[in-house]
Write a protein that binds this ligand. Structure first.
Ligand SMILES: Cc1cc2nc3c(=O)[nH]c(=O)nc-3n(C[C@H](O)[C@H](O)[C@H](O)COP(=O)(O)OP(=O)(O)OC[C@H]3O[C@@H](n4cnc5c(N)ncnc54)[C@H](O)[C@@H]3O)c2cc1C
Length: 181
């Protein structure tokens, strides 16, 4: 907790009272008590902690593959060995945080061209329809090479689409009869 923080709790935080009061984390000196406070099976927690500690010692995590991907290791602690993403759970007090799965981004969506114009099934431009961000198909084609994979292209294609739409509007004003897609 002090070294890495947890969720919205920043590294260096010493007093957890506020977070315990709000129900954000629960804390206990022993793992069975922690399981009881968190509302989970004590035997299951003990077995999981034991397994996690074995993985921390060997550096291999066959359950979740923590530290296998370069982006995971980049986000880990390079000073921690053998695996920068796996530490031993041994020092009380123990802290539990409830984690719920949610979407971070989308890797598929509407196909677009270099100006953010949406393309139909035949690859033709749908005039006047633009997409970027999660609405557009990812230029990363379903992979996640690293942080910025979604926000970077979202900014770039929003910018390009806005420029294109503005130029098209200006051209339509200047040449009302000749307007093209
Ligand atoms: C915890 C977390 C961490 C992330 N970290 C990173 C990161 O480090 N790097 C990175 O690149 N990406 C990151 N992402 C992903 C990135 O934030 C999203 O992919 C990106 O914000 C998507 O942008 P967007 O504009 O497509 O959609 P959104 O940001 O979701 O914007 C959609 C907007 O539309 C509004 N809206 C929805 N329905 C309606 C409606 N009917 N009428 C009017 N408005 C509506 C919503 O309120 C919202 O404001 C992270 C995401 C999460 C959740």
């Amino acid at each position: 907790m002090h070294k890495y923080g947890l969720g919205v709790i920043l590294p260096g935080t010493r007093r957890l009272d506020r977070w315990i009061r709000q129900g954000y984390v629960c804390v206990a000196d022993r793992l069975p008590a922690l399981a009881q406070r968190a509302g989970i099976d004590p035997a299951g927690l003990l077995a999981t902690v034991q397994r996690t500690n074995d993985y921390a010692a060997t550096g291999r995590d066959p359950d979740f593959h923590k530290g296998d991907a370069p982006v995971d290791r980049f986000n880990g602690d390079p000073a921690h060995r053998p695996n920068p993403c796996l530490g031993e759970i041994g020092q009380p007090p123990f802290v539990a945080l409830r984690i719920l799965p949610a979407d971070a981004a989308s890797s598929s969506g509407l196909p677009i061209d270099a100006d953010g114009r949406v393309l139909d099934r035949a690859g033709r431009v749908v005039v006047g329809l633009y997409a970027c961000g999660n609405d557009a198909a990812s230029v990363m084609r379903g992979t996640y090479p690293g942080p910025g994979t979604t926000l970077g292209p979202a900014f770039v294609f929003a910018w390009r689409a806005a420029l294109f739409a503005a130029r098209r509007a200006a051209s339509a004003r200047a040449h009302p009869i000749e307007e093209k897609p």
